[in-house]
Design a binder for this molecule. Structure first.
Ligand SMILES: Nc1nc2c(ncn2[C@@H]2O[C@H](COP(=O)(O)OP(=O)(O)OP(=O)(O)O)[C@@H](O)[C@H]2O)c(=O)[nH]1
Ligand SMILES: [Mg+2]
Length: 414
């Protein structure tokens, strides 16, 4: 499929990447820098050029590097007789392509309907005024019916999504009861979030050189001897300039970030410094809007792709810009992942160290401890002696349970 790009901004790198990740081959870009767009998005002369190009070449789709007003979309499609996709539509198509799980599919469907609504309303007005609509082809009643159908479907999907969210809330509540800390891996799309999750937990989330590979959150456990267990979650990536209703459509997915004890913001260090800054700001802004007081650590990923001197420079610029420490890592080679983990543990509440003595072997309690704490010492000789580290979240619960079983607890400073 061949596409052309129309842009009122000079920078078309991202829209091109978005279009290509949907499988479009971009055969020409029409760029006209302007602050204010026209009813045909670009100026008359430029649109004339576009028209001529389309007449002489095969073009399956026109991709606009912006979000269009419904009337602009209508004007362009009518004049150029070719499907016109704006940036949001392209992103929605990508989401639709990647959605695998039921919830993600419903979220995408809802977002698509929400997106279509004003466009169909525009058509409805035009048809009413007697203009013939190309899209949908039908008359006034067809369009009006379609509009009602959109509203009905949206209501139905919302109900279904509510049910799914409820089920998940129960799972999340269970997670919070446990001795894990939850660390969310967030960042711009394609920053390497899934790659990092896989490296840390041995998970096999799909990792690809394309945007929005991950739509559904994945939770996976990291367990190393001697430390309190962590649960890592991988989520949908961020992208700049998304309308709020679209972010809201994925809100339940992004809630993983709001519920986390700590958020890692991953930044692709192989980008230019300008892109790194912009993507970092977009990501941090989104995280803060999900939870104002999120605890954040920043990591620059893909350092295996950056020459040493350049990395030094980038690191310094980003640290000054964000006014916080950045940890250079490679999720692919594993370089400095130990430093990242150190930083993670430094930013989580200090674990509690306990020594407990139980008068009897208590099967279910001891297996619960194995799951939810890090046991460093275990001794059974009629009585049970256990030394362990646990998160402060389950500390009191362990102490209470132990005393109830007639045992004793010693609490250590570290
Ligand atoms: N060279 C190099 N490539 C990496 C590194 N981390 C990730 N990548 C590559 O970057 C691309 C994107 O990685 P993903 O893990 O899918 O990125 P993501 O942030 O999960 O992306 P989305 O889910 O699409 O938002 C893949 O081609 C990875 O192989 C790294 O440290 N070094
Ligand atoms: Mg991913």
């Amino acid at each position: 499929m061949k596409g052309i790009i129309l842009s009122a901004k000079e920078d078309t790198k991202e829209i091109k990447q978005l279009a290509e990740s949907l499988g479009y081959k971009i055969v020409r870009e029409f760029v006209q820098k302007r602050d204010k767009t026209t009813p045909y998005y670009l100026g008359k002369g430029k649109i004339e050029e576009v028209k001529n190009f389309i007449e002489e070449n095969v073009v399956d789709v026109i991709i606009v590097n912006d979000s269009l007003r419904p009337s602009q979309w209508y004007n362009l499609e009518k004049l150029l007789s070719t499907p016109v996709y704006d940036r949001i539509r392209i992103i929605l198509e990508i989401f639709a392509d990647r959605a695998k799980k039921k919830e993600a599919k419903l979220q995408v469907k809802l977002a698509k309907l929400r997106y279509e609504k004003p466009f169909v309303r525009e058509l409805f007005h035009k048809v009413k005024k007697g203009e013939k609509a190309g899209f949908l082809g039908g008359g006034e009643y067809v369009v009006a019916d379609y509009y009602e159908m959109i509203k009905r479907q949206m209501r139905k999907i919302k109900e279904e999504l509510k049910k799914i969210a409820k089920e998940r809330d129960i799972k999340r509540a269970e997670r919070k009861e446990r001795g894990f800390y939850i660390v969310s891996i967030a960042g711009y799309t394609n920053a390497g979030k899934s790659c990092l999750l896989n490296y840390l937990t041995g998970e096999k989330v799909v990792v690809e050189e394309r945007v929005f590979s991950t739509l559904s959150p994945k939770v996976s456990r990291y367990k190393k001897k001697g430390v309190v267990p962590l649960l890592f979650t991988d989520t949908v990536g961020f992208i700049k300039d998304l309308p709020h209703w679209l972010i809201d459509a994925f809100h339940s997915t992004l809630e993983e970030i709001a519920l986390a004890d700590l958020v890692i913001v991953l930044i692709d260090a192989s980008d230019s410094i300008e892109e790194m800054k912009e993507k970092a700001l977009t990501s941090i802004k989104e995280i803060k809007s999900l939870k104002e007081n999120s605890r954040i650590i920043v990591a620059l990923n893909k350092i295996d792709l950056v020459a040493e001197e350049e990395l030094k420079k980038k690191l310094k610029i980003m640290e000054d810009f964000l006014e916080r420490k950045c940890i250079p890592i490679s999720a692919k080679t594993g370089k400095n992942i130990d430093l990242l983990l150190e930083e993670i543990y430094n930013n989580l509440p200090k674990p509690a160290s306990l020594e407990i003595t139980l008068p009897n072997y208590e099967d279910s309690f001891i297996s619960w401890l194995h799951e939810n704490a890090e046991i460093s010492h275990y001794h059974f000789n009629g009585v049970v002696k256990i030394r362990l580290k646990c998160s402060e979240r389950v500390r009191d619960r362990i102490i209470g349970k132990c005393r109830k079983l007639g045992g004793e607890v010693k609490i250590y400073g570290d």
